[in-house]
Design a protein around this ligand. Structure first.
Ligand code: ATP
Ligand code: MG
Length: 744
C-alpha cells in the first residue's frame, strides 16, 4: 500500500492499483520505473555486476527489474535464474515483485531453501537413501550434548552455546579449532572456550548418532556434495546460469562458498548490498565479500546508487547523521543518502519513565494514526530483542489496534489457507451452483459464504493464539477477494482461484491488516510509512553484551537499518526504568548523541525523573517540547498475593504472578466476557480491542466499586474508562443485562 493512500484519501484506488498493478506491456516498459543508474544495473545482464548503495536507493527494485527485463526481453530463461536473499519474507517479496513485472518462474529463495531443495534432490544419487531429518529444535540437542558432557548451562547460556556452534559451522571451524578461532574473532563464549569446543564435538556426535541434521548442515552438506561430485555440480550448473544476490553484505563464508560452487568458472553474478547495513556479523557474516567484489572480479560493472526514494529528507538526515559517527571498514564505504521525497515531519524523540509507559505511549499514538486514516499495515513497531514484543502486543491490544507478529511468508502453506483454497476451488467447479452461494450475488460475498464453511465469521474471535491466527488468515483471503473484485470488474470465483494458485506458486501473500511487530533484524529490506523504534536506550541499543568496538558498530548499523525503514514518520523512544516505580537509571542510546534534541556534543540528557513522556520534535529549530502526555508515576508493580515484584507485562496486568492463586469472581468474569462480545460486535472490532482477557480477569479479581478503583487496573486507560466505565462498574455491582441489548 502506498503512502498516497492515507495522505490524499484515495485509499481504495491506490490500494488496488498497488496490490493488482498493471503488468508492464513490454521489456522496455519494465525499465520505465528506473533511474539511469538503476537502468544500468537492469541492462547489464552479462558478467559480474556489483551494486553498492545505501538504504532505500532501489537496490532490490533494480535487481528485480533486471531479472524481469532479461526474462521479458528473452535474454534470460526464467528457469536458469537463481535469485537468493536472506529471509523467507524477502524471498517471498521478491517473487511477488517479479510476478507483478510479468516474470514468473524465476527461483527466488533463501540460501538455505535453495540448498535444501538441491540436497533433497541429489541425496539419493550422491549419498544414497533419503536425506536425514532436519532437527527443528537445536537447543534441545545442545542441552542433551551438555548433559552428556556434564556441563551445566542455564537457558541463556544454552542459547549462547548454540550460537557459538552455529558460528563455528558457518565459518567452517571444527571443534578442535574453536578456541583459537573464537579468540581471533573476539567472540565472547558463555563458558571456557575449551568447554564450548567439547560441547560442540558432543553435539555433532549426538546428531550423527540420532541420524539427524541441523540448519547449518544443509549448507555444509550441499557444499560437500557439490565439491565431491562433479556430475552433480555440473547438473546444478546446467540448470542455473544467472545468479543474483540481494543483501550481499550479510553473506557468510559458507554461503559464499556455496555461491562459488554454483557459479563454477562462470561469472554471471549480480550482487547488491550496503556495507552500512551489515547486521549479521555475529553469525559469521562479513561485508568483505561485497567490498572486495571488484578485486575478485576485475572486469565487474560497479554501480553506485545514492538517491533515496524511500524516506523523507528528515528521516534521511537522521540516517546520515548516524552513519557520520560510524567507524570501521563498513563505515569507510558509507554513501551519503540524498532523499528524493518532499519534506515530511521531523522524527519524534520521546522519553518515558518506564517500559510499560513507553509501550502505552506508542500504542496511543498508533491508535491516533489509525483513527486518522493511516492503514495499520503501514505502521511498524521495531525492537532490538524479541522479548520486548509481549509488552507491545499487550499495549496495542489495550489500545484496540490489530497487529501481526509473523511474517507474510509461507502464507499459502498454512493449513487453514490450503483448506480454504480447496473449498474455493470446489465451489468454483460447481460454477456458482452450490446452494451455499444462493444468496451471494458478488464475488466477495461468494468468498465469504464459502469461507464461513471453513470457520470464517465476520467478527474475530477473542484473544490471541492459534484460533485468532486462523481467523486472520481467512480474513486476509476475504480481503484479497474484495481487492481482486474491485480491481477486475466482473471477475468470477474461477478467476479468483486462478489468481490464488498463481500467488501460491509465487508465495505472494496478501497483506494481513495489522501493525507489524518485528525485531530490527527481521525488518531488513522492508519499509513502512510510519516506524516506531522503541527501546532506544543504553543496554538495549547497543545491547548490553555488545562489548568490543566492532560489536558496538554493528549495533549502530542495526539502528541505521531501523531508521531507514521509515518512509514518512519516525518515532524513537526509550524508557528511564524497566518497571513502573523502578530506579530511572537508564540513558538514551549513545548513538543519538548530537542527533536528538538536548544532546549536543556535551550530551545534555533529559533529567532522570523529569516529566515522563516529554516529546521533542527534532529539527533545525532544536528541541521543542510538543506535549507531555498524561501519566502518573506508579509504585512498583507487586504481586498482590505473594508480594513479589512483577516485570512480566501479562503478570503486571493481572497484578499477581501468573501461578499465584486467583481469587477471581467467575460470575463477574463470565458476564464481562458476554458484555465484551456484544461491544466488539457493535463496534466492529476484535474483542481484545475492547479489553484483553487479562484485563477482564483483573477486573473480575478486584471487582472495583468506583471509577477510581477501576482506573487503577492496568489496561483501563482514560479512553476506555470514559467509554465503558459505567457499564463495567454496573456489571461488577451485579446489575443484570448491562449493555447486552439495544443499540449503541
Ligand atoms: P534496502 O537497503 O532497505 O534493502 P533498497 O535499496 O533495496 O533498500 P528498495 O526497497 O528497492 O530499496 O526501494 C526503496 C523504495 O523506493 C521502494 O518503495 C521502491 O519502490 C522505491 N523506488 C526505488 N527506486 C525507485 C525509482 N526509480 N522510482 C520510484 N520509486 C523507486
Ligand atoms: Mg533491498
Amino acid at each position: 500500500m502506498s503512502r498516497e493512500t492515507w495522505q490524499h484519501g484515495g485509499v481504495t484506488a491506490a490500494t488496488h492499483s498497488t496490490l493488482f498493478p498493471q503488468v508492464p506491456d513490454s521489456a522496455d516498459a519494465v525499465l520505465d520505473g528506473l533511474d539511469p543508474e538503476q537502468r544500468e544495473v537492469a541492462t547489464a545482464l552479462r558478467g559480474p555486476v556489483c551494486v553498492l548503495a545505501g538504504a532505500g536507493t532501489g537496490k532490490t527494485r533494480a535487481i528485480t527489474h533486471r531479472i524481469a527485463y532479461g526474462v521479458r526481453a528473452g535474454i534470460l530463461q526464467p528457469a536458469s535464474v537463481l535469485a537468493v536473499t536472506f529471509t523467507n519474507r524477502a524471498a517471498g517479496e521478491m517473487r511477488g515483485r517479479l510476478r507483478q513485472l510479468g516474470a514468473s518462474g524465476v527461483q527466488a529463495r533463501t540460501f538455505h531453501s535453495a540448498a535444501l531443495r538441491q540436497l533433497q534432490y541429489f541425496w539419493p544419487k550422491a549419498v544414497g537413501g533419503t536425506l536425514p531429518r532436519l532437527v527443528d529444535r537445536k537447543i534441545q540437542l545442545v542441552a542433551d550434548a551438555a548433559a552428556a558432557c556434564r556441563i551445566r548451562l542455564d537457558r541463556g547460556e544454552l542459547r549462547d552455546a548454540a550460537a557459538e556452534i552455529e558460528w563455528s559451522k558457518v565459518t567452517q571451524t571444527v571443534p578442535a579449532d574453536y578456541a583459537v578461532a573464537a579468540a581471533g574473532a573476539g567472540r565472547q563464549a558463555p563458558r571456557d572456550p575449551a568447554e564450548i569446543a567439547q560441547l560442540y564435538a558432543a553435539y555433532e556426535d549426538l546428531k550423527r548418532g540420532r541420524g539427524v541434521i541441523d540448519f547449518e548442515d544443509v549448507l555444509l552438506l550441499t557444499v560437500a556434495v557439490l565439491q565431491d561430485r562433479h556430475d552433480v555440480a555440473e547438473q546444478v550448473r546446467a540448470q542455473y546460469q544467472h545468479f543474483v544476490v540481494d543483501e550481499y553484505q550479510d553473506v557468510s563464508p559458507l554461503q559464499q562458498r556455496l555461491l562459488e560452487l554454483w557459479l563454477g568458472d562462470r561469472d554471471d553474478l549480480c550482487v547488491v548490498g550496503d556495507a552500512s547495513q551489515t547486521i549479521y556479523s555475529f553469525t559469521g557474516a562479513t561485508p568483505d565479500h561485497l567490498l572486495d567484489f571488484r578485486s575478485r572480479h576485475p572486469g565487474a560493472t560497479v554501480v553506485k546508487l545514492v538517491r533515496d526514494y524511500r524516506s523523507t529528507p528528515q528521516v534521511v538526515h537522521l540516517a546520515n547523521g548516524l552513519l557520520a559517527q560510524a567507524r570501521g571498514r563498513a563505515a569507510d564505504h558509507r554513501l551519503e543518502l540524498v532523499s528524493q521525497r518532499t519534506a515530511g515531519p521531523e522524527p519524534v524523540h520521546t522519553e518515558y519513565t518506564d517500559e510499560p509507559a513507553e509501550a502505552e505511549g506508542a500504542a496511543r499514538r498508533i491508535r491516533e494514526l489509525v483513527d486518522s486514516g493511516v492503514p495499520a499495515a503501514e505502521i511498524a513497531v521495531l525492537f532490538r530483542t524479541n522479548s520486548q514484543s509481549e509488552t507491545y502486543e499487550q499495549a496495542l491490544a489495550d489500545a484496540g489496534v490489530p497487529y501481526q507478529l509473523r511474517g507474510a511468508e509461507r502464507f499459502f502453506d498454512r493449513p487453514e489457507v490450503r483448506k480454504a483454497n480447496s473449498a474455493l476451488r470446489a465451489a468454483a467447479r460447481f460454477g456458482g451452483n452450490d446452494s451455499l452461494l444462493d444468496d451471494a450475488v458478488d464475488l466477495p460475498s461468494q468468498v465469504r459464504a464459502v469461507l464461513s464453511g471453513e470457520g470464517w465469521v465476520p467478527e474475530p474471535p477473542a484473544g490471541s493464539g492459534a484460533v485468532r491466527e486462523r481467523w486472520e488468515s481467512l480474513a486476509a483471503l476475504v480481503g484479497l477477494a474484495q481487492d481482486f473484485a474491485a480491481a477486475r470488474a466482473g471477475a468470477t470465483l474461477s478467476d479468483l482461484v486462478v489468481e490464488l494458485d498463481e500467488r501460491a506458486s509465487a508465495q505472494h501473500a496478501p497483506t494481513v491488516q495489522g501493525v507489524t511487530l518485528a525485531s530490527l533484524h527481521s525488518a531488513k529490506g522492508l519499509e513502512w510509512d510510519v516506524v516506531f523504534l522503541v527501546g532506544v536506550a543504553e543496554g538495549m541499543m547497543p545491547i548490553t553484551y555488545a562489548k568490543t568496538d566492532e560489536q558496538i558498530e554493528e549495533e549502530r548499523r542495526l539502528l541505521y537499518v531501523g531508521v531507514t525503514r521509515a518512509r514518512e514518520r519516525l518515532h524513537l523512544s526509550w524508557a528511564l526504568a524497566r518497571s513502573p516505580g523502578g530506579r530511572p537509571s537508564r540513558r538514551p542510546s549513545r548513538f543519538l548523541k548530537g542527533l536528538r534534541p538536548g544532546s549536543g556534543t556535551t550530551g545534555g540528557r533529559v533529567a532522570a525523573g523529569g516529566p515522563a513522556g516529554v516529546e521533542r520534535g527534532f529539527g533545525a529549530g532544536g528541541a521543542a517540547a510538543v506535549a507531555a502526555p498524561r501519566r502518573t508515576a506508579r509504585t512498583p508493580a507487586r504481586c498482590r498475593v505473594c508480594g513479589r515484584s512483577l516485570t512480566d507485562a501479562g503478570e503486571m496486568k493481572l497484578m499477581r504472578c501468573e501461578d499465584c492463586p486467583s481469587d477471581m469472581d467467575e460470575g463477574v468474569y463470565e458476564r464481562l466476557r458476554e458484555w465484551r462480545a456484544v461491544q466488539a460486535g457493535r463496534s466492529g472490532q476484535p474483542a481484545f480491542c475492547v479489553f484483553t482477557d487479562k484485563t477482564l480477569m483483573a477486573i473480575a479479581e478486584s471487582v472495583p466499586e468506583d471509577e477510581r478503583e477501576l482506573a487503577r487496573i492496568p489496561g483501563v486507560g482514560a479512553r476506555k474508562l470514559n467509554r465503558y466505565g459505567a457499564e463495567v462498574l454496573a456489571i461488577c455491582a451485579g446489575q443484570e443485562g448491562v449493555g447486552l441489548d439495544g443499540d449503541d
